[in-house]
Each structure stands twice: as structure tokens, then as C-alpha cells.
Ligand binder design. Sequence first.
Ligand code: G3I
Length: 458
Amino acid sequence: MSLRSLLTTGLLAAGALAAPPGYGGSTVTVTVTEKASCSASTSHSTSHSTSHSTSHSTSHSTSKASTPKTYATSTPSSSHSSTSSTLTSSSATSVTTTTSSAANTNASTTILATATSTSYGLNDAAKKAGKLWFGTALDVPGTGEAQDPYYIAEFDNIHDFGEATPANIMKYEFTEPEAGVFNYTGAEEFFTAAAGKAVRCHNLIWSSELPAFITAPTVPWTNATLTAALRRHVTTLVEHFGDRCYSLDVVNEAFSDSPAGAYSANVWYNTIGPAYVVEAFQAASDAVRANNLAVKLYYNDYNIEYLGNKSYAAQALVKDLKNRGIQIDGVGLESHFIAGETPAKAAQQANMEAFTALDVDVVVTELDVRLTLPPTVASESQQVVDYYNTVAACVAVPRCVGIVVWDFDDTYSWIPGTFPGQGYGDLFLQPGGANTPLVRKAPYDGVLEALTGAAEAN
Ligand code: G3I
């Protein structure tokens, strides 16, 4: 029985765990253990307390086991009792989830130091797993997070984040606010903030965050005039950003969920038809070749993380572009998931392999796993498994070249603003709110376990 089956059949139901962590100040300890026939044993032990320590040891045995790790999930509370649940699957995978009122109440003052001085983190582990990096989106400059020293200190922690994606500042309305008038100020500040990290430039052509001259033109667009505007935007930005971008999301979210795989209606599609996607990639491809650039060209979308009509549509697009001799190097699998509704590791892996079979890379580009608030032991345990499965799928696919979370701190997550009543989807939180120390959450541990290959959760 898979770990997912164990969870969904109720063996890790909320009722089995008496003490929900909520936001009230408990800890979650997660152990993922896999028995392997003959392999090296890797152990990462991390404890959060007022005297934080992180240790790593490697030994050889016939089993792999990780020591339990305890992460504060919220602010201090004395009201929670201790409880635990241990699951063991027939495939020799076990997960132990423990909540307790452990007195790590003053940990926050040292946890920031942990976040900024960790000697081994997610990016280190990703690289060791053969990936290019583990990265994050962030919404800088000009936002609250850009001014939060604790947030920025963790972003700057190269042990955790070797890649940065601009959440907004490279989008059309910021880079070309008026027709033919390009503004690179924010994008350049982003490059400066991300110095030392790879940058996935996001995005060139999308239906959202467009300037008024595109959405409300004084003279109605024709196919020819809008195509010219699209090509100008793409060409100019490819040439300006150049190889400072590891990759460019040339087109974002072209396909619909209803009916799945159809083109979404938007100003581009409504005026140009499906050819707008080809035009955008043609312009990017031409600019890359004319300027002898190495930047990789990506298509990026959500609900293409599992096999289905929308994924098939994206696969057909890859084939079409390649048949036309147009450059496309990769597909971004956004991976905005919901705890308990995340595709299984095998399903994600099969989907990734369907893309890589077309001779493109894939990247998990916008990973987060949201919960219905408040979190419970069951939902947060599920969230750990869901993060684990997504990252483990990428680890299992050689041409899944990296993993990016869509911001790393609940304080600045896009989720609550878009899905009221949901959130808690990121790897860190700030118990004291903005401009206070960050605390690692249990999913951080699940991601690290997946990257170190310490267990098999599917
Ligand atoms: O810039 C204004 C600011 O002046 C104003 O004070 C503020 C008040 O709300 O709004 C600011 O604009 C917001 C912008 O983010 C910058 O923070 C917009 O209202 C808001 O709609 C916009 O949301 C962004 C969203 O894309 C736009 O659709 C999110 O931050 C961003 O995380 C999100 O990212 C997308 C990816 O690009 C594509 N995949 C899905 C992902 C999540 O929706």
C-alpha cells in the first residue's frame, strides 16, 4: 500500500491525532523511513531550539533512515498535548508524525540565524541530486518582502535557494507600460537582488498583468498589429535580458481547464488565434539565434502536472514548435497544489517523462501546497507528503532540472488573497508577522528528504 493510500484510507486521519497544531504553537516531527536492500545510509539531523544545531552523517548499512526532525510550526502555546502516529506501508515506507507542546518557545530568535547560516540546505541537496538548483519566486522590488530583513536574509541563503524567479516585475505591464516604451528599472533591481543565483525570467506573453495599451487600445487591434506588438515585446526583452536569464517563460498559461486543453480566451487568442503562441516562440527563437544566446525558452502552465487533456495539449504544442524548427527547451510545471489533492509521485513522474520524451527539459516552477485554514495535524502531515512526492518525482527524472517554490514564506504568499480561507502553503512562516524571524515548517523537511533520496513515498 502506498503512503498516499495509507493517508487517504484514514490511517492518518485527523481523528487519529489529538492535537492539531493550528497556529497555536506546537511542533511537528516527521520521519520518513525507507528500507532499501543495499545502499548507503544518509542521516540528516536537525533540531530547533535556543541552541540550534544541524548535523549530517553518512554511514553504510542495508537500510536508509532519517532521524526525526522537529520544526516549530507557529508561535508558542502551552495548550497542546502530545500525540503521535506511526504509519508503516507494505513497501516498507513509514512516516511518523508527532505533535507536541515541546518548549521550543524561544526558538525564533535563533531560527533566523539557522536560516542564514545553515551549512546544508535545499539548494545544496538539489545539486547533490543532480539538479541545477532549488529556487524560489519572490516579489521584489517595491513590496513589503523587499523591505523585510528577515525574509531577505533567508532568500539570500544560497544553501536553500540557488535560483530566483520574479513573481511580477518582468511581466508585460511593468516592462512595457506604454507601446514601445520599455522600463527595465524593476527588472534590473531584481537581477541585482538575485545576484549569485540563476534567474528564470517570468514571463513574456500572458493574459494577466497587461498594460492598458494592450487591453484597451485606442484603435482596435487587428491580427497584424497585435502580432507586431507581441513580436516587438518578445524580441526586445529576449535581447535586453540575454543570458542573464537561465530561461524565459515565453508564453504562460495558454490552455484552458474547461474544456481542458482548449486555448484560453484572451486578447492574444481572440485577435490572433492559436498562432499567437507560435508567433511568440518564433520571435524568441529568432532573437536567441540572431544574438547567439544560451537562454532556454519555456512554456509554463498549471494543471499540466499529470497526464490529461491539458498536459496533452502542452505536449502537442512542444511537438508543433519542434516540427516547425522553432526553439523550445523546456516546459514549466507550475504545481500549485492542494493538500490531499496533489497527484501521486508516480503520476507526476509519468507526466514529466512524457514531456522529456519529446526532448525538452521540465522544471517544477511554482510549487506550493495550500491548506484549508486553520491547519490540522492531518492536513499538515498530508502537505509534507505532497511536497515530498512532487520533489521526489523531479528527483527521479533526470531531465527535471530544477524545483522552484512560489515564494517560501507564508507572510508573502499569493494564496490567501486568491483563495480566501486557504493558505499555510509555503516552507517557512513568521510567527511574529512581517519583519520578524522566520521559522522552518515541516514541509521543508519533506522536501529535504525527497532531495536526499532518503525515502520512497509512493
Ligand atoms: O502593483 C499593485 C500595487 O500597486 C497595489 O498596491 C497592490 C494592491 O493589491 O496590487 C499590486 O498589484 C498586484 C500584483 O500581484 C503585485 O503585487 C496585483 O493586484 C495582483 O493581482 C498580482 O498578483 C500576482 C498574480 O500572479 C497576477 O495574476 C501575484 O503576485 C503572483 O504571485 C501571481 O503569479 C502567478 C504566476 O505569474 C503565473 N502562475 C500563477 C501564479 C499565481 O497566481
